[in-house]
Ligand binder design. Structure first.
Ligand code: CTP
Length: 414
């Protein structure tokens, strides 16, 4: 698996003619399995269209600190990033980044990240040779920023000289190298493990038009998929939301709709999985009969009789495979801890991740979550409101610790 699989990359694009090459960089990063969030400056929008990046990237383009519903987009972008690539980087961007100015979303994101940063300068030779620009680049490089290019070649307006943006392939190789180094030689702490993740809410048909469903968006499950892949696992994702599932060489996506379809896929795919994370909101009941035709208003009062679905997690708990770690998720609105403990025991699983979905910005449809991760021996870890990707990291840490215990505890394999 490539070092870009499942990694979150903020692609910053500033206002220079070379911005058109950032489109190719974006496409290549996405093809290599990265999750790319494009941030364009106002200047960049003079050179390339928002629609191009919207179509190619993993998220819609963002251009301003004020245009998304999230109140602090730069911290969401900066904290959630594994890498920030600025391509092309203008003289203005290099200067702002060096001096810590945060006048727009991109510079604010650069200040709000601890992730490695790559800048790819591109400008006319005269500008590039200015001592002020050279000094800015040297200072940034001395702080650990990777500077890619510029190259010698043809520039805008027919001039030739140093200042041309590095080739898109070179930029992507630099991203691979930087992220390869952060993942480590061992290929990540989940390398060699198979992780099965379920995501989204199941839909139980009532008739050809209507279904019984729930508000799960699949975001937490998909964040687990991306994080597990980024940490080197082979990931199987069984989801009701395949359109928003992360893609990449180490990720295998199975689309399902109903609880019965999810049960069949999970039970088959769990056979040799090391860790199973049941983040999906599975319906507990389904209509006994599905009407062949649309139920019409004029048909009069209708009774829908429900029957229980298979409890997939409890089924896995009963037929547990040697050393396998089973993780359940509990969306609650009250008695969080008590309900979580009860489910942990009832389903015979190793960990439960519980959240209070009545709290603001928590759970269903949000990009953020706040959870309590509990283990069977009473250990608990609380994660206060954080990006779902960050929560995924904590859940995977706990699951990996359980996996190591299951493998080595008393020399036995459970
Ligand atoms: N789950 C499952 N199969 C079901 C229902 C739930 O595998 N038919 C899993 C969910 O994916 C989740 C965990 O069980 O990981 C807990 O789900 P939840 O609906 O909270 O638990 P229930 O046991 O259904 O309890 P409740 O009465 O609160 O709905």
């Amino acid at each position: 698996m490539g070092s870009l699989t499942g990694r979150r990359i903020v692609l910053g694009v500033t206002g220079g003619v070379a911005a058109y090459k950032a489109v190719e960089v974006c496409r290549r990063l996405v093809d290599a399995g990265a999750h790319v969030a494009p941030v364009l400056t106002r200047g960049a929008l003079h050179f390339v269209g928002r629609a191009t990046f919207d179509a190619l990237a993993s998220e819609p383009v963002q251009t301003s600190l004020w245009d998304e519903p999230h109140p602090i987009p730069h911290t969401r972008l900066g904290q959630g990033a594994d890498l920030v690539v600025v391509c092309p980087a203008t003289a203005r961007l290099l200067s702002d980044y060096r001096t810590g100015r945060s006048g727009d979303l991109l510079t604010a994101t650069l200040l709000a990240t601890r992730a490695p940063v790559i800048v790819c300068p591109a400008m006319h030779t005269e500008m590039w040779e200015q001592p002020s620009v050279q000094e800015n680049v040297e200072v940034l490089a001395s702080r650990g920023v990777t500077v890619v290019g510029p190259e010698d070649g043809r520039l805008a307006g027919g001039d030739v000289g140093e200042g041309r943006l590095a080739d898109p392939a070179t930029v992507v190789t630099a991203a691979e190298e930087v992220l390869g180094a952060t993942r480590g030689d061992a290929g990540g702490d989940l390398a060699g493990l198979t992780v099965l993740v379920t995501a989204g809410g199941t839909r139980e048909p009532i008739c050809p038009v209507r279904f019984l469903g729930n508000r799960s968006s699949g975001k937490q499950g998909h964040a687990l998929v991306a994080e597990a892949a980024a940490r080197g696992a082979q990931v199987r994702c069984v989801t009701t939301q395949p359109g928003t599932a992360p893609a990449g060489p180490g990720i295998d996506v199975t689309a399902v709709d109903t609880a019965a379809e999810m049960a069949a896929a999970v039970i088959a795919q769990a056979v040799d999985a090391d860790i199973v994370l049941m983040a999906a909101a599975v319906a507990d009941f389904r209509p006994v009969e599905v009407a062949a035709e649309k139920i019409k208003k004029g048909d009069g009062p209708t009774e829908i009789i429900l029957e229980p679905t298979v409890d997939i997690l409890a089924e896995l708990g009963r037929s547990r495979i040697n050393g396998q770690v089973l993780v359940g998720f509990a969306a609650e609105t009250r008695d969080l801890r008590q309900n979580a403990v009860a489910k942990l025991a009832a389903k015979g699983i190793d960990l439960i991740v519980a959240n209070d979905v009545s709290a603001p910005q928590v759970g269903f449809e949000h990009d953020t979550n706040a959870v309590l991760v509990m283990d069977a021996s009473g250990g608990a870890r609380e994660v206060s409101l954080a990006d779902k990707r960050e929560v995924a990291g904590v859940v995977l840490d706990a699951a990996l610790a359980e996996h190591r215990t299951n493998r080595t505890g008393n020399g036995d394999v459970r």
